[in-house]
Design a protein around this ligand. Structure first.
Ligand SMILES: Nc1nc2c(ncn2[C@@H]2O[C@H](COP(=O)(O)OP(=O)(O)OP(=O)(O)O)[C@@H](O)[C@H]2O)c(=O)[nH]1
Ligand SMILES: [Mg+2]
Length: 222
């Protein structure tokens, strides 16, 4: 990551003290502690949890790495379908980050895709400490049909979720702002959606301090 400056237009109602608290939390140790495949058990849920959902290749694992300042904590790949299970990471005993497998990848078989959907629905519905699901959307592409399906599932499961645009480094500031507004305007129909759309780049660091601070609000206090 080249720079990790705060972007005033992405600060929203975050204070500089919250940005600093986010920096401190995400600089702490973060360890993988559980991987869950479709038929296997989920870990005990005793900490506030955040999950990272989104289409294959959108940059979920890269965002987990960027937030925690690592390069290899979550495995990333140019080939869609890299993450195959729910991967659970414990951040300093205050927050659990869950890197999810991607959806919307055409090469996955129908049976596998159906089993995955069932598993995710089961996770989303039953996960009491799940504070927020982040639905990652490629800033160049905006909301796709499969994102709307996932959002519908989250609306039904009454899971609070927030859209996070990824790969913002691939767009001009103007195009990024346009996509943010366009996506935000489509959220009004979704009851469980957070109205604010965040913009991030795991490559340039754009939006990372702001997302850290946002997630720190949901963590156990220091
Ligand atoms: N330019 C740019 N590329 C990115 C960014 N984030 C991720 N990528 C690239 O996008 C590809 C996919 O990244 P991953 O983080 O593995 O995506 P994922 O959503 O975890 O993918 P699955 O686990 O397969 O669903 C990799 O080649 C990354 O280097 C970003 O912010 N900017
Ligand atoms: Mg992944």
């Amino acid at each position: 990551m080249k720079h990790i400056a705060i972007t005033p237009s992405l600060m929203g109602d975050l204070s500089t003290a919250e940005i600093e608290a986010g920096r401190l939390l995400f600089a702490k140790e973060c360890d993988f502690f559980w991987g869950a495949e479709a038929a296997t058990a989920l870990p005990e849920a005793d900490l506030p949890e955040i999950c990272f959902a989104g289409r294959s290749n959108v940059g979920k694992s890269s965002l987990v790495n960027a937030l925690t300042g690592r390069t290899t904590l979550a495995r990333t790949s140019q080939t869609p379908g890299r993450t195959q299970q729910l991967n659970f990471f414990n951040l300093a005993g205050r927050l659990v980050l869950v890197d999810m497998p991607g959806y919307g990848y055409a090469k996955v078989s129908k049976e596998r895709s159906a089993a995955w959907t069932d598993f995710i629905r089961h996770y989303l519905k039953g996960r009491v400490p799940l504070k927020r699901a982040l639905v990652l959307v490629d800033a160049r592409h905006g909301l796709k049909e499969s994102d709307l399906d996932m959002m519908k599932m989250m609306d039904q499961a009454a899971v609070a979720y927030q859209i996070v645009l990824t790969k913002a480094d691939k767009l001009t500031d103007k195009a990024l702002e346009h996509t943010r507004r366009d996506v935000a305007s489509k959220l009004t129909k979704h009851g469980a959606a957070h109205p604010e759309v965040m913009a991030t780049s795991s490559e340039s660091g754009l939006g990372i301090p702001e997302l850290r601070a946002t997630l720190t609000r949901l963590a156990l206090p220091a």
